[in-house]
Design a protein around this ligand. Sequence first.
Ligand code: ADP
Ligand code: 5GP
Length: 204
Amino acid sequence: MAKVFVITGPSGVGKGTLIQGLMTCLPELELSISATTREPRTGERDGVDYHFMSSSEFQRRLQAGEFVEHADYAGRRYGTLRSELDRRLRAGSPVVLEIEVQGARQIRRTMPEAVQVFIAPPSLEDLRLRLEHRGTDDAAEVQRRLAVAEDELAARSEFEHVVVNDSLERALELLTEIVQGSLAKCRAPTSHYTRGQQGKATQP
Ligand code: ADP
Ligand code: 5GP
């Protein structure tokens, strides 16, 4: 079974930015497109950035068992559709989920083999500045997200891997090492076999 990578951490910490870099370094990765009830931001496209849906559609699909995880976050609903994940895994692609902490906990219970990485900010103040400078949310929304972030930051010790996104370059390097290392473990039997064959061929 192909690998699942969960990238979590508070809003504004740089998950999306890091994942973009990660996918450039490791193009075999596929990003699962989440569903949400929040309004699209300027430039966001349905089916590309998110599957945007009404609360009633989200609820209907939740009741039909279509989500592998879901969460209520800052007054909106977010979730990973089973169809999004399964299609990619069936094709053998390693999949990245960019989700908040409640969803990451659900995935830990249902897919304990998934590799989870918590992205942490250098400080809460840095997080506030990043949310403000991103310019996608008004002051009230930034405040809501920062309030949630305080609880989310307390969850960091639950995670096997923690990457502090201080220097973007360094954080990307660490994240890539974690993901690459885990993908290499998946492929280990093949490379071992190859080494054995090479070893044989070079015997006198
Ligand atoms: P998230 O996906 O976690 O909500 P984003 O990737 O949208 O976060 O990043 C939030 C803002 O912080 C963006 O404006 C991004 O350019 C900026 N950012 C990301 N990483 C860093 C970093 N290491 N240093 C400074 N700014 C950063
Ligand atoms: P945003 O509104 O900034 O796009 O996302 C808000 C938060 O929801 C972010 O922390 C983001 O990672 C998280 N999120 C996005 N998609 C999902 C999802 O499918 N499930 C869960 N649990 N969280 C998600």
